[in-house]
Ligand binder design. Structure first.
Ligand code: IVH
Length: 686
């Protein structure tokens, strides 16, 4: 048997490792290992701590939930802690929980409620006098982050409730992003060269913890309420099931898959049933939660550590598999990114054969130490593109080869690395993780640009998908996006295209005509400017009102917009400087594409008290968060900026204002303390 000292060391190592993964997962939203691996580490630690209680310490990760709140948000103290759940991984473990419960409950009858365990993030919503007053993350269970402003953007969260609701109550629920929403977000992030979210959970967490709630508002977040925290001033139903039914009547979204189950056998049947349909669910679920229905028993059973005795999570098996990484291929993306992908020995994961998987970029491959020839763990979640989680190092033979992207694309004839599609020169902009083909005329890019232009979130031209855009491009009928609008004069050539009947051609031409009326934001997105996704396009449309306005904007002017950094600004400038792009925009104007033509597409804003005034909010305010203060400013017609410039009219400052206040004083701009700002708001409202 290992010595006490060694066991202690092992426990400490496990704790350090778990803490590191906790941080990566909860604070950075960027985990390195799969949830299944994390669960395995936690179990290993729990088993050791149970066996050697002398080494159990209160700061062990088994004794707490989540990670400390980010300071950028205000802190919310949870009046009742947000608990975590114990896990069962087999029928036996579930039965063991059931037997323990039976022993404690004795003769009294009880039943269960089964629910999906949705993989999102837990939030607590507080309603006072019928209004949503606070929305918070779980944080460490006792203190969470104040994300009210962001949660208010989720449409399925009622902002107010009927009069008969208790005067004060708190609900808990899971905020999540659908699998589709997640895929779309990652696709865009990939195209913009941003790091990808590992899974929908991280994407939801990342979205909810945006400092700019306008970004949250554009993400398709949703919520299911799964528990009443507390309610004051009104009696509440005696069971969990009835509570959920009652909450439905107050307007809350409760998962229709929830079910009342009257025996543990029924619970197991329910688990089997949900596990089967899990793949086809629109959201990610990693198991079921089994809850005792009788609320009086909840109180009586109480908690053990940070886990209630009255509930347990019965986890689904992970959809992971191992296989051999035969090679790493490269494809060229729409914006010229050279994307590495895994070429795998085909393997079945959750009933589907997988041959390829995502490998995001060279840095990621290196960080995970993935080598060609490795046995790798791959993971598939719903319809999401499968990804390589990491190598199984113990299976190495020594013959595995490290991957080097530049070697892979080395072109012997040219004596340098070259784009595998067009032979163009390859660049890697400073500070970016992706390599790019720098040839603006690269056919792989040009064809994908047409496909992107016509895609759903862009100009939404039905009938111009991957195949048709490739064909149009290959046959020389549309060499660029503007030429789509000239297709109506090429009907004869079009009908000659394989598979295109007269009817579908007419439909396509009609869809192309209709797309001329799409709003500016969609056109900006459709142009395929590097680093400009759907969200950014909307911000640009709101700020600059026309294509010409955007094309004219200086680097400084662009960077005045709070969400635009130098990378995006430079990319926009480079795009509009390119002759080819200037010509395309002119051709779009000639073709009568509305958003390309009009100088002012935005409606003239109403005159409001702060119209034309620029504000910068800095430091910590007492009455509001910065976002709330900025929202007030915008409500009254003002503009909120991140940086103090000569054009700033007011700098509103709180505690620890930092350099922005100094800069304001240097420029002779009037600083407003919180009290003065509140007075200004009051005046503006009358
Ligand atoms: S009940 C005290 N029900 O799972 C029991 N949790 O590990 C609190 N979750 O933090 C949880 N779906 O974020 C409950 N139907 C559901 C759930 C659910 C997802 C999450 C929740 C919680 C975590 C527990």
């Amino acid at each position: 048997m290992a010595g006490q000292q060694e066991i202690k060391q092992k426990i400490e190592d496990l704790r350090a490792e778990i803490n590191r993964h906790n941080y990566l997962y909860h604070v950075q939203d960027n985990p390195e290992i799969s949830d299944a691996e994390y669960d395995r580490l936690m179990r290993e630690l729990k088993v050791l701590e149970e066996k050697y209680p002398q080494f159990l310490t209160p700061d062990s990760p088994t004794q707490r939930v989540g990670a400390a709140p980010l300071e950028a948000f205000g802190v919310v103290e949870h009046p009742l802690p947000l608990l975590s759940l114990g896990n069962a991984f087999s029928d036996d473990e579930l039965m063991a929980w059931y037997k323990r419960t039976l022993k404690l409950v004795g003769e009294r009858p009880f039943d269960f409620v089964g629910e999906y365990k949705i993989d999102g993030l837990a939030v607590a919503l507080t309603y006072v006098d019928g209004q949503l007053t606070t929305g918070a993350t779980r944080g460490d269970g006792l203190r969470g982050e104040n994300i009210t402003q962001n949660l208010r953007t989720i449409r399925s969260i009622p902002l107010s409730v009927p009069k008969d609701a208790p005067p004060r109550f708190e609900l808990r629920g899971e905020v999540y992003l659908s699998k589709k929403g997640f895929q779309k977000l990652n696709r865009e992030r990939g195209e913009e060269g941003l790091s990808l979210f590992a899974n929908p959970r991280n994407a939801a967490a990342g979205s909810v913890r945006q400092l700019d709630s306008r970004i949250t508002a554009r993400r398709p977040l949703d919520i299911y309420i799964y528990m009443l925290g507390y309610a004051e001033g009104r009696p509440v139903p005696p069971t969990h099931w009835e509570t959920m039914e009652w909450l439905k009547t107050l307007g809350f979204k409760i998962n229709p898959k929830n079910r009342q189950l009257d025996s543990i056998e029924k619970v197991i049947e329910y688990y089997r049933e949900l596990e089967k349909e899990r793949e086809s669910l629109p959201y990610e679920a990693d198991g079921i939660v089994v809850k005792i229905n009788q609320l009086n028993l909840h109180e009586e059973l109480g908690d053990i550590g940070r886990e209630p005795r009255w509930a347990i999570a019965y986890k689904f098996p992970a959809t992971q598999a191992t296989t051999k990484l035969n090679d790493i291929g490269i494809n060229v993306g729409r914006t010229g990114t050279l994307n590495p992908y895994a070429i795998l020995e085909p393997v079945a994961v959750g009933g589907v054969t997988i041959k390829n998987a995502a490998l995001h970029n060279e840095d990621d491959i290196r960080r995970k130490d993935i080598r060609i020839g490795d046995t790798v763990i791959i993971q598939r979640a719903g319809e999401v593109i499968p990804e390589v989680v990491g190598p199984v190092k113990s299976k190495r033979t020594g013959k595995e080869k490290e991957f080097n992207l530049l070697d892979k694309i080395f072109n012997k004839e040219k004596g340098r690395p070259a784009c595998p599609e067009c032979g163009g020169e390859v660049i890697k902009p400073e500070g970016e993780v992706m390599y790019y083909c720098s040839n603006a005329a690269c056919p792989a890019q040009a064809q994908q640009r047409i496909e992107h232009f016509a895609s759903r979130g862009a100009m939404d031209i039905r009938g111009v998908g991957e195949n048709i855009s490739a064909m149009l491009f290959d046959k020389g009928l549309a060499k660029n996006v503007a030429e789509l609008y000239k297709l109506k004069d090429k009907k004869e050539q079009l009908v000659e295209i394989e598979k295109m009947g007269e009817k579908s051609m007419e439909n396509m031409l009609q869809a192309i005509e209709t797309s001329k009326a799409r709003p500016l934001a969609r056109l900006i997105f459709a142009l395929g400017i590097r680093h400009v996704g759907e969200e950014m396009a909307e911000i640009l449309a709101n700020e600059f009102h026309s294509i010409d306005g955007l094309a004219r904007a200086s680097r400084e002017k662009l960077m005045d917009v709070s969400t635009i950094g130098p990378k995006i600004a430079d990319s926009i400038i480079a795009f509009f400087r390119e002759e080819d792009n200037k010509n395309i925009i002119q051709e779009l104007k000639d073709a009568d594409v509305k958003a390309a033509k009009t100088e002012e597409t935005a409606a003239t804003p109403k005159h409001l008290p702060f119209s034309g005034q620029e504000f910068v909010v800095t430091g910590r305010l007492e009455t509001f968060t910065r976002q709330q203060a900025e929202a007030k400013i915008k409500e009254l017609g003002g503009t909120a900026r991140d940086n103090v410039t000569r054009k700033t009219d007011f700098v509103v400052y709180g505690d620890e204002p930092g350099s922005k206040l100094t800069r304001a004083k240097e420029l002779g701009i009037k600083p407003l303390n919180e009290k003065e700002f509140l007075e200004l708001l009051k005046k503006a409202k009358v």
